[in-house]
Design a binder for this molecule. Structure first.
Ligand SMILES: O=C(O)c1cccc(C(=O)CC[C@H]2O[C@@H](n3cnc4c(=O)[nH]cnc43)[C@H](O)[C@@H]2O)c1
Length: 214
């Protein structure tokens, strides 16, 4: 019987290259197809859908670096999404943010496949598990950080692609999971404080766990 590969989607080539480098020559790496599709939810959704249309896959993963909510996910750490949430998809109102659920346009919350999450959590016992937000804009003020942390008490991280990848996976009827490594604390913009080397080292360290899914 054919065993279809798992599609692992990153935003940028550096993330995909880090994962590939960590998996070269490991048994099973041929069953994990890694592709960079661009930054942001629109590029992620379009790129993932394009790849899913070309051949059959068994599951879809969104992988890469992320910002961590202070006190919930440390820089250099690894997080696993229980849900991916489009945190800025909806409407502002004088009474607060209205998610698309309240507008009648679908769901901003997609739940991770339980079997994928269980397998990843077992392979990565030090990973923090919680909701991962998807935003088109990197948070850069204390006010937005507080607002998001309050609206999403179970959120551990924010990134820019998970929801787009998850929408494409769901549309194709495939299970989805998101894994992120933390490059920066979410908060007032301080690009010099981003610890990309730590996040990429954590991404390489987490890569073998992906093969337990294959
Ligand atoms: O420095 C900037 O102004 C800037 C603006 C947009 C994007 C970037 C990135 O380097 C992000 C690339 C990539 O990283 C993920 N990421 C990492 N940290 C965060 C964060 O705190 N909030 C949202 N996304 C983050 C994201 O998924 C992007 O793909 C820099």
């Amino acid at each position: 019987m054919t065993q279809y590969p798992i599609l692992a989607v990153t935003a940028v080539a550096a993330e995909a290259d880090a994962l590939r480098a960590a998996l070269t020559d490991r048994p099973g790496h041929g069953l994990l197809e890694i592709a960079a599709v661009g930054v942001g939810p629109a590029a992620a959704a379009a790129g993932t859908a394009r790849l899913l249309a070309r051949r059959d896959y068994r599951a879809v993963l969104s992988l890469g670096i992320a910002g961590g909510f202070p006190g919930r996910a440390d820089v250099g750490g690894t997080v696993l999404g229980t849900r991916t949430i489009a945190a800025d998809l909806g409407a502002e109102s004088p009474d607060g943010f209205l998610p698309i659920e309240e507008l009648g346009f679908g769901t901003s919350v997609l739940t991770t496949d339980p079997a994928l999450l269980k397998a990843l959590a077992e392979a990565l016992p030090h990973a923090v598990t919680g909701d991962i937000l998807t935003l088109s804009t990197v948070t850069g003020t204390a006010a937005t950080t507080t607002r998001l942390a309050t609206r999403f008490p179970d959120a551990v991280a924010e990134a820019m692609e998970g929801y787009g990848v998850a929408i494409a996976a769901t549309d194709a009827g495939l299970p989805f999971a998101e894994l992120r490594t933390i490059s920066n604390p979410i908060g007032p913009r301080d690009r010099a404080a981003w610890r990309l080397a730590d996040a990429f080292a954590a991404l390489r360290a987490a890569a073998p766990a992906l093969l337990t899914l294959c």
